[in-house]
Design a protein around this ligand. Structure first.
Ligand code: SF4
Ligand code: SF4
Length: 358
């Protein structure tokens, strides 16, 4: 005699229990979709073909493209994707952002590296899922070869703005996005009606380096986030004056976005109100950091990832843009730094300041 068929799991109930676990970990939102590839993958491939990814050559590697096309390569028998959102956007930015003697650090980097924070939460959720329900899982935070913004949109977390960000109509785009791949066949969330940018163009107009080729297409090679974080070598001279005092990342195309008003007006839900030395550090103090002091100061910060040479390269540019001769002695000393990258950008800053006064 055939054994009776097993009852099919109550997926909606499991989703609800998963949501409760996620909320308990401080995650704002959870959404499910199936594991088919993103319909917009060809846009991404065109973006790579244009070379807009710059030095981030790994993005165009064939093995990574294959994983974007077939999530089964990442996790065999994958059936569903679960997206989670962890908001971090502060309602107010420090006034020292307007002071050219201070550097501006992008607000996503005002605390511990988000890969670590969100990675720990996802790991815990994966463990819960495997123990309580079964299946196999993998999780990613921004590091997997996955079309995460587009798939997050498909799951219902928001819409893609002209600034290329995933924008949630209830809390804007200032959130970290993480995803779990699972072999469990969750039913996808029903499609949501989402708004769009409409006729707004604020982000395209506000970008200091004109990094947007057009709506929804950004040339990373001109983006200050790429230039200050990803680019390892020298920053193109024609872009340096446009960088102002931005020394690690750039929030401008999100700051001007009208949807960000829904992020609230309080402190960052993740970082609180960090001190000035974190959000808008004094440029001269940064320029004096030696290797040991750099490592101590940025021990748990994502800034540690770019190492001292890249940070001081960025700081030298900001000092040049500030144009204050008080920086000249410290920039002169940087000409003898053991890092050629720092020497070169310090020399540029000295020339820039002197030009202002001759
Ligand atoms: Fe432009 Fe800054 Fe947005 Fe990059 S992050 S596209 S530089 S506004
Ligand atoms: Fe869209 Fe305007 Fe926001 Fe840009 S600033 S993403 S155009 S709503």
């Amino acid at each position: 005699m055939q054994p009776p068929p097993l009852p099919s799991p109550d997926w909606e109930r499991i989703k609800q229990r998963f949501r409760e676990q996620a909320q308990h970990l401080g995650l704002q939102d959870v959404a499910w979709t199936d594991a088919s590839p993103a319909a917009t993958l060809h846009h991404y491939e065109q973006w790579i073909e244009h070379g807009y990814h710059g030095e981030m050559g790994y993005l165009g590697r064939e093995d990574r493209l294959l994983r974007r096309r077939q999530l089964e390569v990442v996790l065999p028998e994958v059936k569903s994707l679960i997206f989670v959102a962890l908001p971090y956007w502060p309602g107010k930015f420090p006034s020292a952002q307007q002071d050219p003697t201070h550097g501006v650090v992008s607000c996503y980097a005002w605390g511990e590296d988000y890969h670590d924070i969100l990675g720990r939460k996802l790991k815990e959720l994966c463990r819960w899922l495997e123990q309580e329900v079964g299946g196999k899982t993998r999780h990613y935070v921004d590091t997997g070869a996955i079309q995460e913004r587009d798939l997050g949109k498909r799951a219902g977390l928001g819409f893609i703005g002209k600034n290329t960000m995933l924008i949630n109509p209830s809390y804007g785009s200032g959130f970290f996005l993480g995803e779990i791949l699972t072999t469990l066949p969750f039913p996808p969330d029903p499609p949501k009606r989402t708004p769009s940018c409409g006729r707004c163009q604020r982000c395209l107009q506000a970008c200091p380096t004109q990094a947007f080729v057009g709506p929804y297409v950004m040339d990373a090679r001109r983006c200050i986030s790429y230039l200050t974080i990803e680019l390892k070598g020298s920053i193109p001279e024609e872009l340096r004056p446009l960088m102002g005092n931005l020394i690690y990342g750039c929030d401008i195309c999100q700051q001007v976005c009208p949807w960000m008003r829904f992020a609230g007006d309080g402190p960052s839900p993740l970082w609180g109100s960090p001190p000035e030395e974190v959000t808008t550090p004094k440029l001269l103090a940064l320029m004096e950091l030696d290797e040991k002091a750099f490592l101590e100061r940025f021990q748990n910060s994502p800034i540690r990832r770019i190492k001292r040479a890249r940070l001081l390269r960025n700081v030298a540019i900001a000092l040049g843009n500030a144009g204050d001769p008080v920086a000249l002695p410290i920039l002169q000393r940087a000409l003898c730094d053991h890092e050629p990258l720092i020497q070169e950008h310090a020399a540029w800053a000295i020339r820039t300041i002197r030009r202002k006064y001759t």
